[in-house]
Design a protein around this ligand. Structure first.
Ligand SMILES: *Cc1c(COP(=O)(O)O)cnc(C)c1O
Length: 485
């Protein structure tokens, strides 16, 4: 059993110090004798500890949470791949890390070049014409994109009120649509887990501004009829948006711009290995076709011969959506990743991501339910419906995995699969770690029959046991209470 970590103040011992100094050979001056009273802290509340006390406290805290440097993290849709440490090294170069966003433009040419070139790589990867790297997350990229769609129809003098969204889509899609003042209309999936073309056709008319599609969709399945879908939308004057969160599955194999997508958001913190989780910064660039370029947020980074500059002179822009130019530090890491991989390396990333997901799917389909038989791309969706007869639910399976130091897959999403387990291993896992996970999942399926109680009680050996999540969100109480043994 891992012990919960105490507050650093509770380790404090009067007089304990993190240093030893030689004996004084000059008269001692007390702080009160040399520092004016108003600057002295009267309440002596700093903890008194040795260096090793401090080190152990923070190291212990750092390992209580699960993270990708500690173990397998197959959280579907989130692409929790290992983040190469060379990205961190590059982002800490003095000349990049110590820039100030208000420096004169001629002193930050290298930074602008990096932003510009990263934008060009993303445009090339997705087959688009122009881009803004400003949005700080995929969700903000969506909002920015839909605001541009809105402005596009405003400029055309067309009044459109709806945005179509498949029922398998991520929750941020309808949220972005609603925030931009559109009505979101849900489109049903068919029995193969793909968008139902008849339903789409019926829903599409001159009041529809666009369809927001995720491809491969959140079931990990490729929307094979994407050309037909694009034609259907464009015939009605509507646009086609790609939620590019699943880009990790086809880098270098498929270019969304080439099959009719008009705008695409990227998640640099997923596909391009800048760390995420824990609320850290991300980046959700939005790339567009020519027809949407005038509406990009200001400023746009431009190149004129060998000079880079911020272009603010854009009369049709939707305006500003981020402070300065977004999360520059994240761009450095994504840029480093792309340069380290090269074109061939990026292709291999996707190949391995897809092979890994299909390996897990194939190995587990005898033990869990498989709602859709199709070969998947970078993630597979299973279900634990057949464990229900033993009183076991997907939540119990997920909690049991924590006992073995593995992060749980995404559960109960996509919403159209009951008892869903959405598993995205990513390309950075070896066959050994996949096998270890597969064996654990098989063991858990067996435990459901033999000893369901161990699953109902799980997690059994984590610092915090199963939480009452509903109560935790209704009665928020973050006060620290020392544990009584
Ligand atoms: C992660 C994700 C998003 C949202 O991206 P954030 O960067 O988390 O805001 C949108 N759609 C899908 C399919 C996702 O997986």
């Amino acid at each position: 059993m891992i012990k919960l970590e105490k507050l650093i103040f509770e380790y404090s011992q009067p007089g304990r110090k993190g240093y030893t100094l030689p004996k004084l050979d000059v008269p001692e001056v007390k702080p009160a004798d040399s520092i004016p009273n108003e600057y002295l802290r009267q309440d002596n509340t700093l903890p008194e500890l040795s260096e090793v006390d401090v080190m152990r406290h923070f190291i212990h805290l750092s390992i209580l949470n699960h993270h990708v440097d500690k173990g397998f993290y197959p959280l579907g849709s989130c692409t929790m791949k290992y983040n190469p440490k060379v990205n961190e090294d590059a982002s800490r170069f003095d000349g990049l890390a110590n820039l100030h966003p208000l420096q004169p433009i001629e002193t930050v040419q290298g930074a602008l070049q990096l932003i510009y070139e990263l934008g060009q790589y993303l445009i090339e990867i997705a087959g688009l014409d122009a881009i803004s790297l400003q949005p700080a997350a995929g969700a903000q990229g969506e909002l920015t994109g839909i605001m541009m769609v809105r402005k596009y129809f405003e400029r055309k003098g067309e009044k459109r009120t709806k945005v179509l969204i498949p029922d398998s889509s991520h929750g941020t899609n309808p949220a972005s649509v609603t925030l931009s003042g559109y009505e979101s209309v849900e489109i049903k999936s068919n029995s193969q887990g793909l968008i139902d073309l008849t339903a789409l056709d019926q829903a599409t008319d001159e009041t529809v501004a666009c369809l927001m599609l995720t491809n491969p969709n959140t079931l990990g399945l490729f929307e094979k009829e994407v050309l037909k879908i694009a034609e259907l939308m464009h015939n009605k004057g509507a646009l086609l948006y790609l939620d590019g969160a699943n880009l990790n599955s086809y880098l270098g194999f498929h270019r969304p711009g080439a099959v009719g997508f008009d705008l695409v958001h990227f998640n640099l913190h997923k596909t391009f290995s800048t760390p995420h989780g824990g609320g850290g910064p991300g980046a959700g660039p939005i790339g567009v076709k020519k027809i949407l370029e005038p509406f990009l947020p200001v400023p746009v980074v431009k190149k004129d011969k060998n000079n880079y500059y911020f272009d603010y002179n854009r009369p049709d822009t939707i305006g500003k959506i981020q402070a300065f130019y977004g999360n520059f530090n994240v761009f450095i890491k994504a840029y480093t990743y792309i340069r380290m991989q090269g074109a061939q390396g990026l292709k291999e990333v996707s190949q391995c991501a897809v092979i890994n997901a299909n390996y897990i799917k194939k190995k587990l389909e005898k033990y869990y339910d498989l709602p859709y038989q199709e070969t998947c791309l970078h993630e597979c969706v299973l279900s634990s419906t057949s464990l229900k007869q033993y009183g076991v639910r997907t939540l119990d399976v997920a909690k049991r995995l924590l006992d073995f130091g593995v992060h749980a897959p995404t559960i109960y999403f996509p919403l159209i699969v009951p008892e869903a387990l959405m598993i995205e291993p990513t390309e950075t896992e070896s066959k050994d770690s996949l096998d270890e996970f597969i064996n654990l999942m098989i063991r858990i399926a067996q435990e459901a029959k033999d000893n369901p109680q161990i699953l109902k009680n799980a997690p059994n050996n984590t610092p915090v046991r199963r939480l009452d999540e509903a109560r935790a969100s209704r009665e928020l109480d973050v006060a620290y209470k020392p544990q009584t043994e």
